[in-house]
Design a protein around this ligand. Structure first.
Ligand SMILES: C[S@@+](CC[C@H](N)C(=O)[O-])C[C@H]1O[C@@H](n2cnc3c(N)ncnc32)[C@H](O)[C@@H]1O
Length: 272
């Protein structure tokens, strides 16, 4: 396990994923019944952007720091949480901040140091469980939740060449265990062929009600670069497509560099 999220915290991909995550969580919280969140690849929960890993890569400069300065209205709920939580918040901290009484969060993180840090962060919150456990396996072991409503964030590091295939298998497994759950699966866009293959596999999987939201900083011609990213959402809440389009358009206006091919798209992959 070489990937450490601390080097990438607050980059454009985090902004994209976390702004949509906050919208999804707020939409779950619109109904009073409690919900469950599973974060299969959780990281450490917060990141000091002035410390060595983040300051070495400077990725946050072109991401959250530029976005905070621009402060676009469609991203206001996410940016308010970032300001309130202090250190750059990862997905577990953003989620914890939006839990209500009765809601619970389970985080899986396999890296020994990162999972220990996450455990320490939430040690005093009984609504949050941290497992040093394989997130793929947790899709079988921790689903379905007792609350019957919930969100599953799947955000692996894509270190291994087969991780797109693990994602397709993981979504099929998770969905078979919890058909009404909202699944949010993040993926990198380095080269298009890989992404197209994954989306074809998802289209052929028979899973209904699937939308993809994609954010491209440039045409994906150089496969060595993170040219963009996407979030595939199964069972998106009402009006997700419109809001995702607004959020990503505002994000691109704030942090896009004007390179050829930059764009956002929100596409329905499978009908309800
Ligand atoms: C992209 S980072 C997660 C970032 C986090 N979701 C966020 O948005 O703040 C991926 C994390 O998955 C962890 N990881 C890798 N393989 C794993 C596995 N099989 N199960 C659980 N965690 C894993 C890595 O150590 C890394 O911290």
């Amino acid at each position: 396990m070489n990937y450490r999220h601390a080097f990438h915290a607050g980059n454009f991909a985090d902004c994209m994923k976390h702004a949509l995550l906050v919208w999804l969580l707020e939409s779950l919280a619109r109904k009073p019944a409690p919900f469950f969140v599973l974060d299969t690849h959780a990281g450490t929960g917060h990141y000091d952007l002035d410390a060595v890993p983040a300051s070495r890569t400077q990725e946050a400069q072109a991401g959250i720091l530029r976005l905070l300065a621009a402060d676009p209205e469609p991203l206001a709920p996410y940016l308010a949480l970032v300001r309130r939580l202090g250190l750059y918040p990862g997905s577990p901290s953003l989620t914890e901040a939006l839990l209500r009484p009765g809601d619970t969060l389970a985080c899986c993180e396999l890296h020994p140091e990162d999972s220990a840090e996450l455990k320490h962060l939430f040690a005093r919150n009984p609504a949050v469980a941290v497992h040093r456990r394989d997130g793929w396996e947790a899709l079988r072991g921790l689903l379905p939740p007792k609350q019957k409503r919930g969100l599953i964030l799947i955000d692996p590091p894509y270190e291994r060449p087969d991780e797109f295939s693990s994602m397709a298998k993981g979504l099929a497994l998770g969905h078979s265990r919890f058909r009404t759950g909202v699944f949010a699966a993040w993926y990198p866009i380095k080269r298009l062929a890989q992404v197209r293959q994954f989306l074809t596999e998802m289209r052929d999987s028979g899973i209904r009600d699937v939308v993809t939201a994609e954010f491209l900083l440039r045409e994906p011609l150089d496969p060595a670069r993170l040219n963009g990213c996407g979030l595939l959402v199964v069972n998106p809440p009402y009006q997700f497509e419109d809001h995702a389009r607004d959020i990503l358009t505002a994000l691109l206006a704030a942090i896009g560099t004007g390179e050829p091919g930059q764009c956002v798209s929100v596409t329905r992959l499978a009908d309800e």
